[in-house]
Design a protein around this ligand. Sequence first.
Ligand SMILES: Cc1ncc(COP(=O)(O)O)c(C=O)c1O
Length: 494
Amino acid sequence: MLDFLNRKKARPVVEAPSVAMPEPVRDGPVSKPDLLSVEDAKALDVGTMTDLFKEHLNPGQFHFMKLLGFHKVKIDRAEGMYYVDQDGRKILDFFGGFGSLAVGHNHPRILETRKKFQDEKRHEIAMAFMSQYASALAHNLAKCSPGELDMVFLGSSGSEAMEAALKVAERAAGPKRPVVVYAENSFHGKTKGVLSITDGPLYRGEFKLLENGIKVPFGDIDAVENAFKAHPEIGVICLETVQGGGGIISADTAYWQKLRKLCDQYGVIWVADEVQCGLGRTGRFYAFEHHGVVPDVTALAKSLGGGKCAMAAMIAKRDIYMKAYGTPRTAMIHAQATFGGIGEACVTSIETLNVLYEEKLIDNAAETGAYLISELKRLQAKYPAIIKEVRGQGFMVGLEFEDFSQTLPAVVRPMVSILDDKLKGSLSGFVGALLLRDYNVLVAFTEYNRNVIRLEPPLICGREHVDEFIAAFDALLGRGIVAIVKDFVKSQVG
Ligand SMILES: Cc1ncc(COP(=O)(O)O)c(C=O)c1O
């Protein structure tokens, strides 16, 4: 079936011609290239997948998958809290797609909704007409949002929702106040506008970014106040309510309440990025609801797609939205993109919101998340030399390891020195790799802080899943750091 893949496209080693030759103009009927079918795709084995991934997707990323041993896994299907791989092995998902799987994998109500929508041959693209699905989803999002957060823009990624948030805020703030405050260790996406307020050198690369940002330390209200005082041209402040990429970092209620006051006092628009922490993950629909404050603009994505599709939303206070785009002359400046509010994605999100409340998943995140944190703290007391801190709320949990690079016994240090730079001094790579290999558990890493593992399981996670995770984690840590490091290094060189 996949024979032609074996006849890999020969890559002739030829001298580059000094003048680029034009592609031949093709006449006659169009012939079908050697395309894989959907069934071919499902049947790809790990070796072929590897070739195609390296050839056409991201060879550099493969390097990291290999480092962690993740490159050997082909996921066959997924249901609820588990992936199932090519050998029928069930993998407990405490990664949760960085918060994209609130309702778990392939929730039956989401599948049914999508199937019915397809069977009824409903329309998807409604750019010429109003969409009943987009209208209903916008209504639901306004109902889920406190205060005057009533106006909704639909898109298809967190980055797009955050771009929309920045644009609506910039227009409402006006041309005399173009400066945006953002936080150290922030992550708001990889498109160029929000990349300008994302604080990761890795992501910022050497792109030419917008130069209207002022960076402040996260959680430091004096820094915000000083910036507002010193720079009257500040019109917008943009913050994740809980920093995900930063390693699950939050600020206290006093910070958020003072921030709200300062924004009102200085007329600054507060944009709360809830792409990762929103939709019930911390035990409230929005994480800012823990603090009794409402931002002026917010953004959701990830789990809004029910784990089955791409959906994102920017939600703004009506007066801000109207200032930015409220007239026929300004209405189309940032109207929906081609796939914003596409039919099947909208009904998926409508059903997701209903499931969240009807199955009490937000309450479950609060209660079972508290149980997870208390169990992790028990392990911290048991392994004080390994676990430095357990933090977070609900099912947005960060677990920081002690930096062992200095404390590792001298005999093991040379072993670590042969490893990739990304792994030196960081236990999370070792732990994550062995949790998957030996205990069938998947956890997430943190780019900005290599010593932090992120736990963001689906909100359907029950106590039994927490117990399964804790038992695996306990068994792994019980081996001791030296054994963990030796075992991992052996898997790298062996
Ligand atoms: C807080 C936050 N904002 C924005 C984004 C960007 O979302 P997307 O990857 O869907 O563009 C992410 C993604 O991880 C995120 O965590």
